[in-house]
Design a protein around this ligand. Structure first.
Ligand code: AOF
Ligand code: ZN
Length: 336
């Protein structure tokens, strides 16, 4: 399963989960490894079977170890359960059940065909591998990470509007690393009109990362024809709504399972007030502005009893990290 989990990481994140699969001989020898390369391409099981056949391996009586329950449906590809049965594989060990209704049920199909099925091996690691995806499938909306780059006194811009760069280069690099892992970045039209950001994932030398997130702008105002966010790669979308739930619904239907909301204040606040944030990442610079644009405005809270409580999240580098001169705070919603 460790080999399958590591292989899964070869795929890109997106509409589909990362999945890895390994074929073992009856004696336990590793015969082939496969993984899923993203929506529309072969599933991990099919990839491993193909790899085994390429090597002339006889699959009869072999065991498949896979990080997710083999699918039971014909989606863009599949069903994997059928491919496993037809290949003559006699045992399947998988980590976690597929929570996606149309695809679930592969274990039952395999068992009905006489395949020996075991599940639960390294389940925690497999859940962690795709934790945002599992969450998104359960809630039927993208997992939402809120990103705030602020001063010690919670300002994201000075009175004159200047905001570049509150954060240290290390924090900026960290943010660009995250952009390369998520499916979409979301900002409001106000941010586009004021900052004209590119919202691409870039290395410190300015070069574009291999994988770019969708750039989503929400709000009723028009996005200028020459706005940098439009780019030329077709990865731009304008969501003409101010309702955060509606924006998430539109993104989910476009295959987005993990979105990072980057600002400005009113968008950040709208998502928080609506209880639609799963994770908070705050880059805290050791600077003061006294006045200027606050990171957040009204959350609809008037009494302490209604305060929002967040949990420190130790996953992925820790709850508090030093990034250059900044602190990076990582928190998780109490709901998830
Ligand atoms: C598997 N093995 O490697 C993956 C699975 O549209 P499709 O055909 O690509 O199916 C997508 C669904 O299949 C996805 O939502 C998830 O439930 C499952 N993904 N299943 O057996 C794989 N990536
Ligand atoms: Zn499948």
């Amino acid at each position: 399963m460790d080999v399958a989990l590591a292989a899964a990481l070869g795929g890109p994140r997106g509409a589909n989960p990362l999945v890895g699969a390994v074929v073992l001989s009856p004696g336990g020898e590793q015969l082939a490894v496969g993984y899923h390369r993203g929506a529309g391409t072969a599933h991990a099981e099919a990839d491993a079977i193909l790899e085994a056949r390429r090597q002339g391996v006889d699959l009869a009586g072999t065991t498949m170890v896979v990080t997710l329950e083999p699918c039971n449906h014909v989606g863009r590809t599949g069903p994997c359960a059928q491919a496993i049965i037809e290949a003559g594989i006699s045992k399947v060990i998988y980590a976690v059940d597929d929570p996606h209704d149309p695809a679930a049920g592969g274990a039952r199909t395999l068992q009905a065909a006489g395949v020996d099925v075991e599940s639960g091996l390294a389940a925690d690691q497999a859940l962690n591998l795709n934790r945002e995806w599992f969450d998104a499938v359960a809630t039927k909306r993208p997992f939402v990470t809120l990103h705030i780059a602020q001063t010690l006194d919670s300002r994201i811009a000075a009175v004159d509007g200047t905001s570049q760069w509150i954060s240290s280069p290390e924090s900026l690099a960290d943010n660009h690393g995250l952009r390369g892992l998520i499916d979409a970045i979301l900002v409001g039209t106000g941010t586009v009109l004021i900052d004209d950001p590119r919202l691409t994932a870039r290395a410190s030398d300015g070069s574009l990362a291999e994988r770019q997130p969708l750039r989503a702008v929400m709000g009723l105002r028009d996005v200028p024809e020459d706005a940098a966010v439009r780019g030329t790669d077709g990865l731009f979308v304008h969501l003409k709504t101010r309702d955060p739930a509606e924006a998430l619904s539109q993104l989910f239907h476009q295959g987005v399972r993990h979105v990072m909301v980057e600002g400005g204040s009113s968008i950040l606040s709208t998502f928080l007030a609506a209880g639609l944030v799963d994770e908070l990442i705050v880059y805290l610079a050791p600077t003061l502005l006294g006045s200027g644009t606050p990171a957040l405005n009204d959350l609809g809270i008037t009494t302490l009893a209604d305060a929002q409580h967040w949990a420190w999240d130790e996953a992925g580098g820790g709850a508090v990290q030093n990034l250059g001169n900044d602190l990076r705070l990582h928190l998780r919603s109490m709901r998830s």
